[in-house]
Design a protein around this ligand. Structure first.
Ligand SMILES: Nc1ncnc2c1ncn2[C@@H]1O[C@H](COP(=O)(O)OP(=O)(O)OP(=O)(O)O)[C@@H](O)[C@H]1O
Ligand SMILES: [Mg+2]
Length: 250
């Protein structure tokens, strides 16, 4: 693997009708690293994630996974080779049960395989239960996903993303819309899952307490560009970052 970096973004730009939403972004994430991209609304964070996962085509620049150029690949291929993601708003099948949501994700990643002739409810039963267990949802396996709290729906989304056994997981505002209690639970859950699975995480987040308690590296975006990048201590002390974004965060 090139230089030990799992994910590399090189000079990535996206121009929408003459407007540079992402501009010359260069970023490297090492295997096992937990990295955050922060910045004000409209800074280009979600667009950057969409460029990495193939949901938006870059105007220029490159995305590499394990040294392999994946620029311009369609989203399903990118997810198939190891980049999982969650969205800013929970993206689940709200009429299916919690179990069926995770089971469907396992089926879509691994196919029917030998299970083709078994009854559909038994497909990947053990794997699905293990995923629900690790995301804290086993007790609600038979509940209809859409009836659960928003925090639980985001947990389902996490289970769906993990079903693809990603090398790196991109989380776009994992605590958006959550109560303070749900935010704390999500933080604990992500810390545990990252540790258990040696996951590499790249996330965006507006909750600075969350960012500073989990990220090992922080990149600050402003008007499409990364203006500063460094350790939490570096970012906290940076005058430019304080001016752009952190304001009174201590
Ligand atoms: N499909 C699109 N067409 C045109 N402009 C877009 C498109 N997607 C995003 N933009 C613009 O690009 C800029 C960056 O948007 P983006 O959603 O990436 O910001 P963000 O940092 O994720 O913001 P937030 O913190 O509010 O989620 C915004 O000005 C947005 O209006
Ligand atoms: Mg966004």
């Amino acid at each position: 693997m090139e230089g030990g970096n799992l994910l590399e973004v090189r000079g990535l730009s996206k121009i929408f009708d003459g407007f540079a939403a992402v501009s010359e972004v260069t970023l490297a994430i090492a295997a096992g690293e937990i990295a955050a991209v922060i910045g004000p609304n409209g800074a280009g964070k979600s667009t950057l994630f969409n460029l990495i996962t193939g949901h938006v085509r870059p105007t220029s620049g490159q995305v590499l996974l394990g040294g392999r150029d994946i620029t311009g690949m369609p989203p399903h291929r990118i997810s198939g080779i190891g980049i999982g993601r969650s969205f800013q708003r929970a993206n689940i099948f709200s009429r299916l049960t919690v179990f069926e949501n995770v089971q469907a994700a396992l089926l879509s990643h691994r196919g029917c395989g030998r299970d083709f002739w078994s009854r559909s409810e038994t497909f990947y039963r053990e794997e699905a239960r293990a995923l629900l267990d690790s995301t804290g949802l086993l007790g609600q396996a038979q509940a209809i996903a859409g009836t659960l709290s928003y925090g639980n729906q985001k947990q389902i989304e996490l289970g769906i993303a993990l079903a693809g056994d990603p090398k790196i997981l991109l989380l776009d505002e994992p605590t958006a819309g959550m109560s303070a209690a749900e935010t704390r639970e999500t933080l604990a859950l992500l810390k545990r899952i990252a540790r258990e699975r040696s996951l590499t995480l790249l996330f965006t987040e507006h909750d600075m307490e969350f960012v500073f308690s989990i990220a090992q590296k922080i990149a600050v975006m402003h008007q499409g560009r990364i203006v500063v990048e460094g350790s939490p201590a570096t970012i906290r002390a940076d005058a430019e970052v304080r001016r752009i974004y952190l304001g009174s965060v201590q």
